[in-house]
Design a protein around this ligand. Sequence first.
Ligand code: PLP
Length: 468
Amino acid sequence: MNISASELSQMDRRSLLHPLTSIADHLRDGPAIYSHAEGVRLYDGQGGEWLDMGAGLWCVNVGYGRAALADAASDAMKRLSFQHLFGSAGSESSIRLADRLLNLFREKAAAPQMARVFFGTSGSDANDTAVKLVRYYNNLRGLPTKKKIISRIGSYHGVTCASGSLTGIVSYHKAFDLPLEGVLHTSCPHHFAFAQPGESEAAFTQRMVADLEALIVREGAHSIAAFIAEPVMGTGGVVLPPAGYFEQVQAVLDRHDILLIVDEVITGFGRTGHWFGTGAYGLRPDIVSLAKGLTSAYFPLSASLVSQRIWSVLETTSAEVGTFMHGFTYSGHPVGCAVALANLDILEQESLVENAARMGDYLIQALRQRIGDDPYVGDIRGVGLMVGVEFVAERGARRMFEANQAPHRVVARHAKSAGVLTRALPFGHVNSFSPPLTVTTDDIDRAADAYARALKAAHPELADLAAR
Ligand code: PLP
């Protein structure tokens, strides 16, 4: 039975509770319904066509419409549509994928210490698993008071009770009674937004690291179990670590026997022009969270990689502690793992990580050439295909827009009308660009031209906001 676009829209308003959506806006404006996609292009079936410069939610790394991934899923469903991993059960694709991920971390991220892989289905549950593993590890080590986890203001780690608590953006906590006890947030290392006047990047880094160490000392290192960080903050505004940051942070963590959880949910699988942020920034993680690009979002799948240091404690205490009582019905789903293996084949065969590095440089240049001098553009930054444009109310005076204003939403709205999807991020005033890693110079030129036109069209509204 066919259904018209307007009937579908009405049905949506009557039936769906949309995630991360303003209910009031949705009931007023209705949904934006897409029908199909190919490469970097999204369509609505009504004549609308967009360049998806967000790759969905930073996740469709190999681009839309890949028959090889559909075939991998179809073959896997026909052969073994489901197999759990509980009680030592297994399936070939989950075993192969675990082995391949550890090899990738050894070879492409200089992280040979990663020793085992646990599978889930989302970035949030991977970070929940990390929280539970940290508690488990310290309980088994006989350190039951060492439980708190330090995250950072502006970070995004998901929305479940534990991962939502790790997230350092207050709008995700409001009215949900989060964060839970035992999660602390330290300073946001965003030099452009938070440096004091005249503060160099090196001095800023030192101040951020000193803030972290002061928090550890204040709480007592005996109570702090782990520090969690995205190599490059995504949702928090495409924030690159300031020079020397992770090197100095890791020295502090080592001094206080604190684990490092690296959230690679966005940065994993080529997004930064490197296979992993871990390798790009010389990180030495104890736990790594992966999702999104693991399957290019063709199937919900996440992975938590565990270091030898943690694994050794689990292994040696197992007989005494009993069964590891953590796991999901869909942990290591054979269809998801088969899709992930086929997705990794594509990333390797088409050299998409290398393409992301090249296209990322091209994208930053394309944006700087067209809008670098715009009076409302304060900063254009990024690494690989993780690029952000941050808006300011008065460029010369470095005056920011007010926190409750949303200039980036205005620009993203105009960009959508011009045929380009960018994300208006929920922390700071940033539009992000994170297209599929298959994006070409021609796609980028088209997107940058349209975005520049959209920004011009938004000027009267931005001027209005800036004058308030
Ligand atoms: N961690 C990071 C860095 C993310 O960007 C996200 C999602 O955007 C998550 C965790 C949560 O992933 P999910 O939405 O799959 O739960």
